[in-house]
Ligand binder design. Structure first.
Ligand code: MN
Length: 131
């Protein structure tokens, strides 16, 4: 059965790019465009992996991640933050919020698909010695 991946992203271009990449690679995708919708969708569908934008209207990705990681039914779903730029303090912030990994936008297509596989197999970007 194809893995179910949820994308939470308010920017239509980023959403389309990630959706197209994942679908071409054989994944099934579901989508939300703000954090609150993302929490509701993940609770209902229990995806295998979530890509979570950080800056979004209504509820941001950090808040949505905290809620999902506090929920008994959703805490084991890996969440990968999509960050706009690679600042060390931002990486720390998303990991502390409960994200299992992060990727910077604009995404590198090859790395994106490789890392997607890694995250689906339980890998994370936690480097606790650095935090
Ligand atoms: Mn955004």
């Amino acid at each position: 059965m194809s893995k179910l991946i949820q994308i939470v992203e308010d920017d239509p271009k980023s959403l389309k790019l990630i959706r197209d990449l994942l679908r071409v690679s054989g994944y099934t995708t579901i989508e939300a465009t703000n954090g609150r919708q993302g929490v509701e969708l993940a609770s209902a569908q229990k995806p295998d992996l979530i890509f979570m934008d950080i800056q979004m209207p209504v509820m941001d990705g950090l808040e949505a991640t905290k809620i999902l990681k506090a929920g008994k039914e959703t805490r084991d779903i890996p969440i990968v933050a999509l960050t706009a730029y690679a600042m060390k303090e931002d990486e720390a912030k998303v990991l502390l919020a409960g994200c299992d990994g992060y990727m910077t936008k604009p995404i590198n297509i090859k790395k994106f698909l490789k890392k997607t596989e890694d995250y689906l197999h339980g890998h994370t970007d936690h480097t606790l010695n650095e935090l």
